[in-house]
Design a protein around this ligand. Structure first.
Ligand SMILES: Nc1nc2c(ncn2[C@@H]2O[C@H](COP(=O)(O)OP(=O)(O)OP(=O)(O)O)[C@@H](O)[C@H]2O)c(=O)[nH]1
Ligand SMILES: [Mg+2]
Length: 455
């Protein structure tokens, strides 16, 4: 358990802002708040917002005019008595206010300590606490949806359900240990084995949802490549909806790579526009091409751009060769012009890549390209109901699955019930680690140290 002292921190980001908030939590929160706010005339009713003036008691000078609230535990985020002081958002004011609070005996909070207390006081389980961090870090609406679902207990309920099924199975097996003369009957064995398979299948669904969740959270890095002048920068601009990259009719315009992120219906895609690849160059352009090849190697996917209005060139063939075996798309650009490209040759060279026709000039085909690009990485039809976004959860689920496979084997081979019970218990422990029923301090420290101070 934690030391029940009073902690304080600034909960808002550093820098200038309309307001900033200093938060205190713990048994002395109210007392310290009363001292620095010096409003004897208000009753400090819980969950009310009051106006007050903070004075520096040493000098008697005014520090700031503030709004403050007292939230009596357990009806607060941490479950403890909490005071929130909303002051003007200037770094100096905030520092002075925090200094006053600390001088009255509050301790400067560690990263994530407010949320850790919420967990230790049973306000949140571990998956919900971790979802708070996911929510803060979300970059798209989809990532927010997933984090909020987890915060509301979506994953906990799923894991709790599986855990209860395991406990039922365990009761059955332990009864067989206690009454050895009533060996696990064949029928019971079969029923037990079926149950275990059912649980393993559900765990597999959860484990598989991780990849989906990771993409939604972290996104994919996609490199736009092609020979010079095919319209890579034009395509980048069209996808972004703004003129970000320079476009000219001169081949070799882009020298350095440009990075921008687009949100493709919830999937963050980091696009890299690169220098056109061609032979026999030197100087700055050659350096640009070297950078392109590095980016291509680092990307998770590629968009190969070809100029539909011209027959394939040796340079096109060279670039196609470089993206063979890669995940991605072929874009046939300049579809607004007369088409001269030999499409069958493209299919022969890159049979695995879908070809999408667009005009970066008129935006024709752009929505289709966005949808195809998203589908390349994220299968829309397979959006899981509950998404595992956290590698810790995934690892624990995988451990539970390994134990359950052992359980199944033991049942199959007619092993004695105490052997079956050991693996069942291990599977149960792994699931309990996810929600935090069993944890150790190391795990908690590792989780909460990823938070910012003040959360
Ligand atoms: N008609 C037509 N012209 C296009 C289209 N897309 C690009 N262009 C023109 O093609 C030329 C080259 O476009 P860029 O976007 O600079 O081509 P790039 O592939 O980035 O070229 P580098 O940076 O030199 O490798 C410009 O004159 C564009 O206006 C299109 O869809 N249709
Ligand atoms: Mg360019």
């Amino acid at each position: 358990m934690y030391k029940a002292d009073t902690i304080a921190a600034v909960a808002t980001p550093p820098g200038e802002g309309g307001v900033a908030m200093v938060r205190l939590s713990g048994p002395d929160a109210k007392h310290i708040g009363r001292e620095i706010l010096a409003r004897e005339d208000v009753e400090w009713k819980s969950h009310r917002l009051y106006y007050g003036k903070v004075r520096d008691p040493a000098r008697g000078s005014l520090v700031d005019e503030v709004m403050f609230a007292f939230l009596q535990g357990p009806r607060s985020y941490t479950g403890e008595d909490t005071v929130e002081i909303h002051c003007h958002g200037g770094p100096f004011v905030v520092r002075q206010l925090l200094g006053l609070v600390l001088a009255r005996g509050a301790r400067y909070a560690e990263p994530g300590e407010f949320t850790k207390r919420a967990f230790l006081n049973g306000r949140l389980d571990l998956t919900q606490a971790e979802a708070v961090l996911d929510l803060i870090r979300s970059r798209t609406d989809k990532a927010v949806d997933v984090a909020l679902g987890q915060m509301e207990g979506g994953l906990s309920q799923e894991v709790q359900g599986l855990r209860e099924q395991l406990v039922d199975a365990l009761v059955q097996v332990e009864a067989a240990i206690d009454f050895p003369e009533e060996e696990i009957e064949l029928l019971q064995r079969e029923e037990l084995a079926r149950k275990v398979v059912g649980i393993v299948d559900k765990i597999t669904l959860l484990v598989d949802s991780y990849e989906w969740g990771r993409l939604i959270r972290e996104g994919v890095r996609v490199c736009i490549v092609g020979r010079p002048n095919v319209g890579k920068s034009s395509l980048m601009n069209a996808l972004l909806g703004v003129d970000r990259a320079i476009v000219t009719a001169t081949p070799g315009t882009t020298r350095d790579f440009i990075e921008e992120t687009v949100n493709l219906n919830g999937l963050p895609v980091v696009l890299w526009d690169t220098a056109g690849i061609r032979d026999r160059t030197e100087g700055v352009e050659q350096i640009g091409i070297d950078v392109t090849l590095e980016r291509l190697a680092e990307s998770q996917g590629c968009v190969l751009v070809l100029d539909g209005s011209s027959p394939l060139t040796g340079e096109d063939m060279d670039v196609m060769e470089r993206v063979r075996e890669r995940q991605g798309l072929v874009v046939i650009n300049k579809f607004d012009l007369q088409q001269r490209i030999e499409r069958p040759a493209v299919s022969d060279c890159l049979p695995g890549l879908q070809q999408v026709e667009v005009s970066a000039l008129t935006n024709q085909g752009l929505d289709g390209l966005k949808a195809a690009l998203r589908d390349c990485f994220l299968d829309s039809a397979e959006e899981p109901e509950v998404v595992v976004t956290n590698v810790r959860h995934k690892a624990a689920l995988e451990r539970a699955r390994v134990s359950l496979v052992e359980v199944h084997r033991a049942i199959d081979q007619g092993m004695p019930p105490d052997i079956v019970a050991v693996d069942l218990q291990e599977a149960r422990d792994s699931l309990e680690e996810i929600i935090g029923t069993v944890t150790n301090d190391d795990i908690l420290d590792r989780i909460f140290s990823q938070f910012c101070i003040g959360k």
